[in-house]
Design a protein around this ligand. Structure first.
Ligand code: GDP
Ligand code: MN
Length: 390
């Protein structure tokens, strides 16, 4: 499944790749408003799942909000290679000094990934690749080793990209791996007049075989596992199925277990070790939920909602290691979640990593009677285990 440019852009942002500020709209009048908010001068870009939008007239610069409205009116409804434009992205214009090309693609024949990069990116990359293949570096990436910082530097050097671009190559690889993508492409990757490296366009193709764990992208239709349909061969109750379906519909990875401690963590590895540590403290996990990288308020509210709906849960352990999503953002998420979720069970929170101290301060300031914090994973697990079993 291909993502729209604006979706790819959001993903990139989440992995620390710089992108221009932008908004997506479906009406010319909203384009004008978006342009006003973005400072007047904007680029209006057709959102269709095909390339070559620039050459087709689907990418236009507008000097002011009135022009943005006019350009949006021209582009909305346009047909680009058989795709009707239903939405446009209004983006802050960038003062481009150089345009590069960067991508990773699965090379099935080689059983590896291929990094493709060029210092001559932009709308003519196909011609460059056809006429001057030496201007396009093609470097195999061993899937087991991945793109380390050293590898990213090697790719940048081979393609003639500036050394600063290596950081984006490194992050882009993480997008590919963490999002289960078969292709990530940035064309153009630009260097601005003041030396910043930005992704000005993005194409991401997700592996449909991994949709079960990247479910936030699918328009989830009616839950496939209707409660009560067929014999309950797995021993899980209809209620559990319902919770799993609810979680899936919200794009959350929820798994029901048979203990008493509800577990929310970010990242599969951390969640798995949290299960072990809770077990090591003499309690058993009732369920777990991996909120992944996007520990926003909404995700946290959805997550707590699901976890607390499990009647087996006696206490909840939130174990988050702040990375790209910093701990203070996670803490804000918890605080906001407490507005909408009626907390009836004790919540033990352990925040570590990026901005942990600030995150703890946010929760301290909220001072919810059922929320307590622990500074270590062992300490948090011990506390949650005790609350759940006594
Ligand atoms: P595509 O044609 O579908 O690949 O769409 P792109 O998003 O790549 O846009 C086409 C071209 O528009 C890019 O290759 C850039 O050269 C140009 N472009 C897009 N946004 C900007 C911008 O903010 N500033 C400048 N100078 N050029 C831009
Ligand atoms: Mn492009």
């Amino acid at each position: 499944m291909d993502l729209y440019e604006h979706q790819a852009r959001e993903l990139f942002k989440g992995y620390g790749i710089a992108v221009p500020d932008a908004a997506v709209v479906d009406h010319p009048r909203e384009a004008r408003r978006a342009a006003e908010l973005l400072g007047g001068r904007v680029v209006v870009k057709a959102q269709v799942k095909t390339g070559g939008r620039g050459k087709a007239g689907g990418v236009k610069l507008a000097d002011d909000p009135a022009a943005a409205e006019i350009k949006a009116r021209q582009i909305l409804g346009m047909d680009i290679k058989g795709h009707t434009v239903r939405r446009v992205m209004i983006a802050q214009p960038v003062d481009v000094r150089d345009e590069f090309y960067a991508s990773y693609v699965l090379d099935r024949a080689a059983g590896a990934f291929l990094a493709i990069a060029s210092a001559e990116g932009g709308m003519d990359i196909e011609e460059v690749a056809a006429n001057r293949p030496e201007a396009v570096a093609r470097i195999p990436v061993d899937p087991a080793e991945g793109v380390t910082e050293a590898k990213a530097a090697e790719i940048a050097a081979a393609a003639g990209l500036p050394p600063e671009a290596a950081d984006v190559l490194h992050r882009l690889w993480r997008v590919l791996v963490r999002e289960d993508a078969l292709l990530v492409e940035v064309n153009p990757l630009v260097r601005t007049a003041d030396g910043a490296i930005l992704a000005l366009d993005g194409k991401v193709t997700l592996d449909d075989n991994a949709r079960f764990r990247q479910s936030r992208w699918g328009e989830e239709s009616a839950a496939p596992d209707t409660p009560g349909a067929g014999p309950a061969a797995t021993g899980t109750s209809a209620g559990t199925d319902r919770l799993e379906a609810t979680a899936r519909a919200k794009g959350l990875n929820y798994v029901k277990l048979d203990g008493q401690v509800g577990i929310i963590g970010n990242g599969a590895g951390l969640v798995m070790s949290t299960l072990d540590v809770v077990a090591g403290q003499g309690a058993r996990p009732a369920n777990f939920l991996d909120i992944g990288g996007g520990a926003s308020a909404q995700v946290m509210a959805d997550g707590l909602d699901v976890i607390l709906s499990d009647p087996d849960v006696n206490a909840v352990l939130v174990n988050v290691f702040g990375g790209i999503t910093a701990c203070d953002a996670v803490a804000e998420g918890i605080v906001q979640a407490l507005e909408s979720v009626h907390l009836t069970k004790p919540l033990v929170v352990r925040l570590d990593g990026n901005n942990a101290a600030r995150g703890r301060a946010v929760l301290d300031a909220r001072a919810h009677p059922l929320v307590e914090q622990a500074t270590t994973m062992d300490g948090a697990a011990a506390r949650a285990a005790r609350l759940a079993t006594t």
